[in-house]
Design a protein around this ligand. Structure first.
Ligand code: C2O
Ligand code: CU
Length: 490
């Protein structure tokens, strides 16, 4: 019935169904009312929009939304009117987004995982000036790779992302599945009455991060999502949470992993895949006949949690074998020619103070000397290679962690000296995960990789995208308290 090994306790959960998990997680079995689409076939789905080659406006604004059933309204910050807009383009089409900031603080849009030009990367003070309240910024890029991407702000991220500023960008490869379903995993740190809890806590920031109190998929607690029966479905799972790492699996269907962070790989049967913040996984699965149920489950905790249930509907499509994705377009990095860099991930209490650093030059030529307090950290708790992201009061950018000549093959050794997991993300480049000293997984291409406590992970990439690029932990409280740096490709 499913791909999980016999004897595995997780099998037992299936009987419990979604009501169990919704209760266990949120204390309520009902789902949100505000975003439920009227059309039953679209139940549980996010609103989607084709934006390829079309200019669109993206507005960041506060909207009160209903999340848990017995909670009051939550003052979310979202792109548009409902959380997690899904934008789709076909490979080769352009993204032309005019971003308008209607928040009370500055913001920007970073296109996570997209190998775009540096000037479009959306990092305040590094690739552009912040977009102030009432201002706009035009993002124009043509994503060079197909895949499952997302976008989010890049300063005061714990709060801005924590309040809901996330959208999905799908770059379609044209592979003909019978259905293409997006599942966005995000927890919310809310009180019972709907108000937000603090986004950064001393306890969380110095350890594994502050967890959300309400788990949702597509902004709904354990939603039921309609899917065609007897069909080959592509399920795109995005973990956009600031903190939670899941062991994501499927019950009730044969499922294969076909892409990680949007990058195709040789399909393998999904048992569970450890999906940290910012990581994505594309799954191919065959749906059962009508009324059959498939459960997207997190097996990380001793009590498995039902994230969402796919309910098969309509006549069986009787589809054949899964269609295959085209292999990734990246050249194998020539490790014999690689320049090796080690980056230590460590704790740090020290503030950064680099008084004599030269100013940073934005891609458009303007120079930046000091970061503001929204883009620097109140407390430095973490560092990369001994260099924490600057603390308020010492607001010069730190020196680059690496200076790379364009075309350099880089072998990067991420060495975690801390007792916490860090999902490490590089901007502007897609890397190959070569090996890890603890977590076993096939070699694959990614833009974010988990580094377990005391683990060493080796990755390789070709530094072929000129500019100043961030590298940071995607547990946002770690990012916002120092575990962030940048590297330069010239
Ligand atoms: Cu999701 Cu610096 O990025
Ligand atoms: Cu971290």
């Amino acid at each position: 019935m499913n791909r999980l090994q016999p004897g595995f306790t997780r099998r037992a959960v299936l009987a419990g169904g979604s009501a169990f998990a919704a209760t266990a997680v949120s204390g309520c079995g009902r789902t949100a009312v505000s975003q439920a689409p009227a059309d039953a076939a679209a139940a549980g789905r996010l609103p989607e929009r084709r934006i390829g080659n079309l200019p669109v406006t993206l507005i960041a604004q506060e909207r009160k939304i209903a999340l848990g059933a017995d909670s009051g309204l939550t003052p979310a910050w979202i792109y548009g009117d409902t959380p997690f807009p899904v934008y789709r383009v076909r490979l080769g089409e352009s993204v032309d987004v005019s971003f308008t900031n209607r928040l009370k603080e500055h913001s920007s849009v970073h296109w996570h995982g997209v190998r775009g030009p540096n000037a479009m990367d959306g990092v305040p003070y590094v690739t552009q000036l912040p977009v102030q309240p009432g201002e706009s910024f035009s993002y124009r890029l043509t994503p060079p790779d197909p895949g499952t991407f997302f976008f989010h702000p890049h300063c005061n991220t714990a709060e801005q992302l924590g309040r809901g500023l996330v959208g999905v960008l799908i770059v379609e490869d044209g592979v003909p599945f019978d259905g293409d379903i997006v599942c966005v995993l995000k927890d919310w740190r809310v009180e019972k009455d709907g108000r937000f809890l603090p986004f950064i806590t001393a306890e969380g920031a110095s350890r594994g991060g502050s967890f959300g109190t309400l788990r949702t998929v597509n902004g709904l607690v354990a939603p039921e999502i309609a899917v065609p029966a007897g069909a080959n479905i592509r399920l795109r799972v995005l973990n956009v949470d600031s903190t939670r790492i899941g062991d994501i699996g499927i019950m009730g269907a044969d499922a294969s992993v076909i892409a990680i962070d949007g990058n195709a790989l040789a399909p393998f049967a999904l048992d569970t895949w450890r999906l940290g913040p910012a990581m994505r996984m594309d799954i191919a699965l065959r749906t059962p006949d009508a009324e059959g149920r498939i459960v997207l489950t997190d097996f990380f905790a001793p009590e498995p949690v039902t994230l969402a249930t796919l309910v098969a509907q309509g006549p069986s499509k009787r589809s054949g074998a899964f269609p295959a994705l085209a292999p990734v377009p990246f050249a194998e990095p020539d490790l014999a020619k690689a320049e090796t860099h080690e980056l230590k991930l460590s704790a740090s209490a020290a503030a950064s103070d680099y008084a004599t650093l030269p100013p940073i030059v934005l891609p458009d030529g303007r120079t930046i000397d000091l970061l503001d307090t929204l883009c620097s950290t109140a407390n430095t708790l973490w560092a990369i290679d001994g260099k924490p992201w600057p603390q308020n009061g010492h607001q010069h950018l730190p020196p680059p962690l690496m200076n790379l000549a364009r075309g350099t093959v880089v072998r990067l050794q991420l060495a975690n000296t801390t007792p916490h997991v860090h999902p490490m993300h590089l901007h502007g480049h897609t890397f190959k995960v070569l090996s890890a000293s603890k977590l076993k997984r096939p070699q694959h291409w990614a833009d974010t990789v988990l580094v377990l406590p005391e683990e060493r992970v080796d990755i390789a990439f070709v530094a072929d995208n000129p500019g100043n690029w961030m590298i940071h932990c995607h547990i946002i409280e770690h990012q916002d308290t120092g575990m962030m740096g940048w590297f330069r490709v010239t």
